[in-house]
Design a protein around this ligand. Structure first.
Ligand code: GLC
Length: 504
């Protein structure tokens, strides 16, 4: 299981914490808690030098730590201490764009003849004036993906903010520079990367208009150019040339599972890719069944190991989307109970809800502040933070915090811990295939996990009423979402909104 840390919001300790922003030292001081929880690996969202127009996803120096998060020495200490505890560390690699203050872009925009001009995508205005094509940027309604630079009279492409110009991956020196970024961190000892918006790096050389059916959609969710695959094969070769199984996990933000799977290549592109359709699926058994069948068909059948994501720094938290703690608990069985590698967003294990953000508190141009609220560590008024944090607390932080939930064996935090322990101890749960059980009643999704020597059944009741479930004789409850009946024989009754892991 990979645990995603959004460093700004995790823990503000050591130098740097003054800004009310979390630090790398803050992460380091909480590693023992993550080991207690049962985490295998961390993914740290960007902590690189950045003007923070997109809170770190606008990188101005890929090979240094922004002073608000600490120093490179802090990173090295964090990495060493994580490794001492058997935790692997993945970092974010923002490959599709840089900050507009990155020295590459500063030089690129300085003149049409500059050495870095070709590192970005500059084009003349369209014949009638205006942007070169109809592509739309992410964030905001119907914003062109192009900004005119009056000094040189050309537009530059940005699939995200104007402060995030896209780099040109068809230009070899840029490719080499991006490979050097990977080497810098691999040489430092990181175990891998989460590659930001990686499906977007290869661009149609003609930069043709978006077709009629997709007009108005952000290009960042449709860009799917074949040239990306060759670029990823090179990246894969580079990463695999290092010892100890380094890993490349790609954010492939194409919202159809069938379009994500090709980014695994023939086992020679990404090691893992995020598959977002489940995250956007309503709390409904038949809709979820369809998602599981798609993963089986498009991933498992071509030997692509699936991933599961129910929360991250870009989307409302599961507790907010599914509208109750009982469902947030049941959702943990989908995240941790299916075949594949789960990615758990820090705070979802506490059942945190999104913070309520008043208009004057909003800071993110993409409207994502709610899920980025700081982690409350204890019940004190400052919840373990030395300074007021950069965003408001999530609801009920007096009780919904790490300290209070660690003391309460009935908390959702302990449920996550029991599920992770069960996963670790069971080959079927960690490595086995998932087979949907056809006899489950309406509103219930149940599946078997199997290896030759080990079996489990996992069931989730998506309804607010009790349902009968009889997977056969001889099953006992290993983990239950409400804690009831664990260690006892299975009664055959799933409670409202309940989920269980059954063992023989
Ligand atoms: C990815 C990140 C998101 C960021 C965007 C641009 O989607 O997850 O937070 O804003 O890329 O880098």
């Amino acid at each position: 299981m990979v645990y995603q840390i959004y460093p700004r919001s995790f823990a503000a300790e050591g130098v740097g914490g003054e800004a009310g922003v979390g630090t790398l030292e803050g992460v380091r001081r909480h590693l023992d808690h993550l080991v207690w929880l049962g985490v295998d690996a961390l993914w740290l969202s960007p902590f690189f030098r950045s003007p923070m127009a997109d809170f770190g996803y606008d990188v101005s120096d890929h090979c240094d730590v922004d002073p608000i998060f600490g120093t490179l020495a802090d990173f090295d200490r964090l990495l060493a201490d994580a490794h001492d505890r058997g935790l692997r560390v993945l970092i974010d690699w923002v490959a599709n764009h840089t900050s507009d203050r990155h020295p590459w872009f500063v030089d690129s925009r300085s003149s049409r003849q500059s050495a870095h001009r070709r590192w970005y995508l500059w084009r003349d205005p369209s014949p009638g004036g205006g942007p070169p094509n109809n592509w739309r940027a992410a964030f905001g309604q119907d914003v062109p993906a192009w900004t005119l630079d009056p000094a040189t009279g050309q537009y530059y492409l940005h699939l995200f903010l104007p402060e995030q110009p896209d780099v040109d991956w068809s230009h070899r020196p840029l490719v080499e520079a991006m490979h050097d970024v990977l080497r810098f961190w691999l040489d430092r000892g990181v175990d891998g990367f989460r590659a930001d918006a990686i499906h977007a790096i290869g661009k149609d050389p003609a930069l043709a208009d978006e077709p009629e059916t997709l007009v108005g959609q952000p290009r960042s969710s449709t860009n799917d150019h074949p040239s990306t695959h060759e670029l990823l094969r090179e990246v894969r070769t580079l990463v695999d040339s290092y010892p100890d199984q380094r890993v490349m996990v790609g954010e492939v933000y194409l919202l159809e599972t069938a379009k994500v799977a090709p980014y695994y290549g023939e086992g020679d592109e990404l090691h893992l890719a995020f598959n977002f359709p489940p995250l956007y699926t309503p709390w409904e058994a038949t809709a979820w069944r369809t998602r599981l069948e798609e993963v089986e068909r498009h991933f498992v059948e071509v030997d692509a190991w699936p991933t599961w994501v129910l929360g991250n720094h870009d989307n409302p938290r599961p507790r907010t989307r599914y509208d109750s703690e009982a469902r947030a608990r049941a959702a943990a069985f989908l995240l941790l109970g299916l075949q594949g590698t789960p990615f758990l967003y820090a705070g979802d294990e506490l059942g945190l809800e999104d913070a309520v953000i008043a208009p004057e508190q909003a800071v993110d141009p993409g409207g994502r502040d709610g899920c980025r609220a700081p982690i409350p560590w204890d019940a004190s008024p400052d919840h373990g933070w030395a300074r007021p944090p950069w965003l408001p607390w999530p609801p009920q932080a007096e009780t919904r915090n790490v300290e209070v939930q660690r003391r309460d064996a009935g908390s959702i935090l302990h449920l996550y811990r029991r599920l992770l322990a069960a996963r670790r101890a069971s080959p079927a749960l960690s490595l086995g295939g998932s087979t949907i059980l056809d006899h489950a009643p309406e509103g219930v999704l149940a599946w078997a996990r199997d290896t030759p020597q080990d079996q489990r059944v996992v069931a989730v009741n998506f309804t607010g009423a009790a349902r009968a479930l009889s997977p056969g004789e001889g099953w006992a409850v290993e983990v239950s979402s409400d804690g009831h009946g664990e260690g006892e024989p299975w009664t055959g009754q799933l409670g409202a909104d309940q989920a269980v892991v059954l063992r023989p």
